[in-house]
Design a protein around this ligand. Sequence first.
Ligand code: HEC
Length: 395
Amino acid sequence: MRRTIPIVVLSVLSGLAQAQGSNNVECNNFLSFANDPSGTLATFKQNPEAMAWNWFVCLNRQDARQGSYRVWETFKPDDQVYLLKGAEPLPYSSRENLPSQVTQLAQQQGMDPQGLFQFLGNDTPGSPQNGIQQVDGLALKMNPNPPVPPSDKEQLVRFHLMMGEDTFNYIVTNKIYNRDGLAKLTSNLDFPATAWELKTSWFWIGTNQGFKSQLAKDGYYISQAYYVNSTGQYQVGYAALSGMHVINKLTPDWVWTTFENRNNPKYTVTNDSPPKAMTNTTGPTEAAKPVNSSYQQQYPELAQYELIGVQYDHTLPDPKLLANSQLESAFQGTSSCLACHSTAAYSTQKNNFFSFNLDNSGGILYPTSVLPDKDFIGYQKLDYVWSLKRAQWKR
Ligand code: HEC
């Protein structure tokens, strides 16, 4: 208790200091829109890109209650919500214990076994906790050449999903953390306005100190992390944050924002042979560019990250396409966050999810505008929350 008081005071003081800066970032209670969603919505509409940056800054502040974590790191990992056997998850702020193999390896490698570890997926075939397959089923490759250090096997970018407290509470209250719950749905889902979710992407560093310092120099946020490799062995080391989707339900269509590190094209490549640098073909949008420069100047710690764009209303024409080079890599040309997520739906008769692939001949074509209601006859809509696909049958 003692320890938390000065941290709260500090964060209030730094909030005041920020308020005097050019961008007026106010983090107090931002996850609940300072209890004024309609006021926040009015401010948001004046400059959606600035609000997206405000949220990003606030999410990356130290958490007032858990000083060594950033606010977003206190979100609940989806793998601790959609449990493998469909059981009820632990309360929002409780965490499952780290596997003992992870603590042991961390100790041997001189890492902090008490600290935070991002779980970056299970590569064993068929695992529901896959962390390398993108939405199109493909993986994003690390550059086989410098500045990525040589490796005996292909290195792939890893993904992680997290949710805020009000998202979690809605899922638990409605008992949809497992497939049995989804199978019993009798109406569409409707998350509260204060529902937040994140999807992050990571470069695996392992224990390579040189690679770690190179990425730190390029402004990547670095965390302790682990994953399970294809033969079931725990890999423990460091990982660098290359991209982040941040969404919340301030509008009925949700607000879709995405950030990535500006140096990503040095580190990740396309599937062409020979591979080319993976770039973002959807942004930064014209509206995002000036906002990026202004916030990057004001926040040196986040200065290598840029906002790609914001979608929040399906009746607005722009931006039609929005993607993160790290998360929708190969299908950026058919990627609309809002349109694809608006297809999140479940059929309780057929016990399957709606398919968002519009091309029946096997090619890749995803919706870039919202599909008509008639396409969803026989489905319950999941209110844009595609992560519910991760819900497992109770066993
Ligand atoms: C073609 C479809 C498609 C597109 C385009 C797409 N997503 Fe997703 N998204 C998904 C699916 C499917 C999942 C669940 C993935 C999983 O479980 O690994 C997901 C997961 C997420 C999550 C985790 C929480 C949740 O709602 O399920 C977030 C946040 C997210 N996406 C944001 C975005 C943003 C922001 C964009 C655009 C920049 C985007 N997505 C583009 C299909 C899509």
